[in-house]
Design a protein around this ligand. Structure first.
Ligand code: ATR
Length: 268
């Protein structure tokens, strides 16, 4: 008897840059799972039909990246509590006849931060950007017991909109800086070597500078922070852990994090 090969995708727009297929296909092979994982660029109009294909199990499951993490929600039957609270889905599974949206970015970010020697309890965090991944980061930071979260986004209204999801959020104008213990770059600035036009020379040392970007491994934001005596971390581990959690949801196997996978994710 031949079993049908399972098919998974990551959907987004743009999608070329995604490392998800490399990582998932490596783990699939390592765990002898008969499945394939590919990336596909969709337009918003394609979402409904794509998700219908999951309901009919022509496609087994998918990851969702920017800009569709919220847009997929109307087409799903159920949401995990985390996906519901962040209005953000990055993993879709088909379970007991229902399409279920999960958010594994939260656990990805949490595990990445827990691996650092930087306790966030009672600390102040400044987030730059208000795009697709920011609700998940705010959710995780609140769980870690930070005392204050400030969001600065070029389009201020998008930062303001986050207040519908989270209480106690403060927003400031793009270009301003407030005291912080940790700062997170969640903008796309740095993907193509752009500089963030903010002056961090007066913020002091020993802060944690975190960049969601991991390719390049050190954005200008992180390079300058290191020069000024701060701790730095990029988004690679967050990416790996969110993928690991999605893999567990689909295959009920915990894949290994090894040096091999970090080599795999080195810049092409
Ligand atoms: P999306 O906003 O579609 O979810 P994203 O990649 O998750 O996409 O988010 C991009 C983030 O980078 C946004 O916060 C964006 O700011 P706007 O909301 O004002 O668009 C930010 N960003 C992109 N280019 C920027 C630039 N040149 N200067 C400042 N912020 C920028």
């Amino acid at each position: 008897m031949t079993t049908k090969i399972k098919k998974y995708f990551v959907i987004g727009n743009p999608i070329d840059h995604s490392f998800s297929p490399k990582l998932h296909n490596y783990w699939l092979k390592e765990n002898n799972i008969n499945a394939l994982y590919d990336k596909i660029k969709l337009d918003e109009d394609d979402l409904e039909n794509f998700i219908k294909d999951i309901k009919q199990q022509k496609i087994t499951g998918c990851n969702v990246t920017v800009p569709f993490k919220q847009a997929v929600i109307p087409f799903l039957d159920k949401l995990s509590p985390e996906a519901k609270q962040t209005r953000s889905v990055n993993t879709i599974i088909f379970k007991d006849g229902s399409l279920v949206g999960h958010n594994t970015d939260i656990v990805g970010f949490t595990k990445a931060i827990q691996g650092l020697s930087f306790n966030l309890r009672g600390k102040k965090v400044l987030i730059l950007g208000a795009g697709g991944v920011v609700p998940s980061i705010i959710f995780a930071l609140n769980k870690m017991g930070v005392s204050k979260i400030i969001v600065s986004n070029r389009t201020r209204q998008k930062a303001e909109n986050l207040k519908n999801l989270f209480e106690n959020l403060k927003t400031i104008e793009w270009g301003n800086i407030e005291y912080f213990d940790m700062i997170i770059n969640a903008t796309s600035l740095g993907l193509n070597n752009e500089k963030i036009n903010l002056d961090f020379s007066n913020v002091g040392k020993n802060k944690l500078f975190y960049d969601v970007i991991y390719n390049p491994a050190e954005t200008n934001f992180l390079k300058n922070a290191k020069k000024n005596g701060n701790l730095i971390e990029n988004g690679k581990l967050m990416f790996v852990y969110q993928a690991l959690e999605a893999f567990k949801l689909w295959h009920e196997v915990e894949p290994k994090i090894s040096n091999e996978i970090f080599k795999l994710l080195e810049n092409d």
